[in-house]
Ligand binder design. Structure first.
Ligand code: HEC
Length: 196
C-alpha cells in the first residue's frame, strides 16, 4: 500500500492510489489489514489488464515511481491540531488529490495545482472534480461546519446539495468518520493556499 509493490514484488499501477497511501502511518495500514481480515472471503475472477504499449510494461512503473512517489507532506500549512489531522486524512488515506488534483502529461499529480480541480477520470460523461482550495468560493466562504456537512451524503443532512454522483461513494465512506475528522478535513481545506 505504501510503495505500490505487490507481494510477488511487481509494481502496481497507480490507479491504486499508493502515492497517497505512502503518507499513511504504518500503524494505520496495519489496522486496515486487520480489519480486511474480518471480511468474509469471496472468490471472484478478475479480468487481466487491457493496456496498450508501453503501459503494459510494469517495469516502466519503476521510473514513474521515482518521479511521483513522494511520501512527504504535499503542502506546507500552518494551523492547530485539527489542521494537522486534516492534512493527514486528505493527503494520505483520503487520497482526495487523486481526483481533485490535475495530472501532468505523465499521469502524476501536478502538485503545483494541488486540489485545484481536475477533469473527470472516467471519460466525457464523468463529473469533473471541482477546486477545493480557498480559490473556490464555496471553500472560501462556507464555515467549517458547512464544509464538513458537505462531506456526507446529502440525504443525511439538512442542506440538500445537488452535486453529481462522482463524490457519493467517497461521502458514504466519510460518513463513517467521527465528526471531528470531517471538521479537521474542512479546517485543512480552508487553511491551504488558494490555487486556481
Ligand atoms: C473518486 C474521485 C474523488 C475523490 C477520491 C474525492 N472526490 Fe471530492 N468530488 C469529486 C467529484 C467528481 C466532485 C463533484 C461532484 C460531486 O460533488 O458529487 C467532488 C466534490 C467535492 C466537494 C464539493 C465541492 C464543491 O464546490 O461543490 C468537496 C468539498 C469535496 N469533493 C471534497 C473531497 C475530499 C475532502 C476528499 C477526500 C477525503 C474528496 N473530495 C475525494 C470526486 C472525488
Amino acid at each position: 500500500m505504501m510503495r505500490g509493490v505487490s507481494p510477488q514484488g511487481g509494481h502496481y499501477y497507480p490507479a491504486f492510489p499508493y502515492t497517497s497511501y505512502a503518507r499513511m502511518r504504518a500503524g494505520d495500514v496495519a489496522d486496515l489489514w486487520a480489519w480486511l481480515h474480518t471480511l468474509p472471503s469471496e472468490a471472484r475472477e478478475i479480468p487481466p489488464h487491457a493496456l496498450r504499449f508501453p503501459y503494459e510494461n510494469r517495469r516502466l512503473l519503476g521510473a514513474w515511481k521515482r518521479r511521483f512517489l513522494r511520501p512527504g507532506p504535499v503542502v506546507g500549512v500552518s494551523g492547530g491540531e485539527d489542521v494537522a489531522r486534516g492534512q493527514y486524512l486528505v493527503e494520505g488515506p483520503g487520497h482526495c488529490g487523486a481526483c481533485h488534483t490535475p495530472r501532468t502529461a505523465l499521469g502524476g499529480s501536478d502538485l503545483s495545482r494541488w486540489l485545484a480541480g481536475a477533469e473527470a477520470l472516467e471519460g466525457p460523461d464523468g463529473v469533473a472534480a471541482p477546486n477545493i482550495t480557498p480559490a473556490s468560493p464555496f471553500i472560501a466562504e462556507a464555515g467549517i461546519d458547512e464544509i464538513a456537512a458537505a462531506l456526507i451524503p446529502a440525504e443525511t443532512h439538512a442542506q440538500a446539495h445537488t452535486w453529481g454522483e462522482g463524490m457519493e461513494a467517497v461521502r458514504r465512506n466519510l460518513a463513517h468518520l467521527p465528526a471531528s475528522d470531517r471538521r479537521a478535513i474542512a479546517a485543512y481545506l480552508k487553511a491551504i493556499a488558494p490555487r486556481e
